[in-house]
Design a protein around this ligand. Structure first.
Ligand code: NAP
Length: 288
């Protein structure tokens, strides 16, 4: 299976389908899931400092028969490393854990804290060959524009929550017009609200002999959105790659757009209380 690619605004090439490893903290399970993903044809692995499995990802890559240069490896800096000095150290630490000389894409995981300081360290690491491309995650358009105006290297990717319950049509188009590739996290909303048995998605799937999950992934790539579904199961991993042999009609695309609940299935980044709960302790740590 050859996975189609997209050209990023810095000229680098990224597969449009990858494998995410969130919520697989167990070392052996994470290593096995990545090994399985590589043998199932995935060539993009998406991890993060906060997933606590960079070491397992690194081992799986190192021991794999797939060449390092054939894999697009993404990781993310956590907020507690958002200062120039801390980010510099964290990047070297990440490379050590991942057992590699470079990552293909490093993302600022969230839009809080000293993002400009961390980005400066990322730009330097890019010059030193430690990172190929720089990007962000969970940035609203205003936050992305703010970063762009402060820095020398423009972000290539914005990884945000997108699924049938939270479709973000306007934001996706804004990012794409800005020449920033949009990558969807939680494409299945982690199964929330019975997404895999939803009647509309199942009925559409029946027309094409595909599952609801495949319909969702296809709907995303037809919006030019990169996808990184996660599964620790071999059959599901395979199923999630079998999406390049059919095309949803414009009527079906429109029907799926009616499922939008226009709200995050996880947290409200606009609520100061959420920000305090999730990132407050990390940011306070940094001040010490
Ligand atoms: P997801 O991919 O929407 O959903 C994963 C869930 O769906 C798992 O419970 C998995 O179960 C199940 N699943 C997968 N394929 C299936 C299929 N074909 N049929 C039925 N069930 C299926 O959720 P996610 O892991 O949160 O998101 C994907 C990736 O995005 C993450 O792994 C991570 O890399 C990234 N992410 C980034 C952020 C961020 O802030 N940047 C946040 C969250 C996630 P099994 O594993 O048991 O098969």
């Amino acid at each position: 299976m050859t996975i189609p690619t997209v050209k990023l605004n810095d000229g680098n090439i990224m597969p449009i389908l990858g494998f995410g490893v969130f919520q697989i903290p167990d070392h052996n399970e994470a290593k096995k899931a990545v090994e399985m993903a590589l043998s199932n044809g995935y060539r993009l692995i998406d991890t993060a400092e906060s997933y606590n499995n960079q070491t397992a990802v690194g081992e799986a890559l190192r021991q794999s028969s797939t060449n390092r240069e054939d894999v697009f490896l993404t990781t993310k800096l956590w907020v507690s490393n958002f200062s120039y000095e801390k980010a510099k150290q964290a990047i070297d630490h990440d490379l050590k854990e991942l057992k590699t000389d470079y990552v293909d894409l490093l993302l600022l995981h969230q839009a809080y804290g000293d993002i400009a300081g961390a980005w400066r360290a990322m730009e330097e690491a890019q010059k030193a060959g430690k990172i190929k491309s720089l990007g962000v995650s969970n940035f609203w358009p205003n936050q992305l524009k703010n970063l762009e105006l402060m820095v020398n290297v423009k972000p290539v990717v914005n990884q945000i929550e997108i699924n049938p319950w939270y479709q973000r049509e306007k934001e996706v188009i804004w990012n794409q017009q800005e020449d920033v590739v949009v990558e969807a996290w939680a494409p299945f909303a982690e199964g929330k609200n019975n997404i895999f048995t939803n009647e509309v998605l199942s009925k559409i799937g029946q027309k094409y002999c595909k599952t609801s999950g495949q319909v969702i992934l296809r709907w995303l790539i037809q919006r030019d959105i990169v996808i990184i579904p996660k599964s620790v199961h071999d059959d599901r991993q395979k199923e999630n790659t079998e999406i390049f042999d059919f095309e949803l009609s414009s009527e079906d695309m429109k029907l799926i757009s009616t499922l939008d609940k226009n709200t995050s299935q996880f947290f409200d980044h606009h609520d100061p209380t959420t920000i305090e709960q999730i990132f407050g302790s990390s940011l306070r740590e940094l001040r010490k």
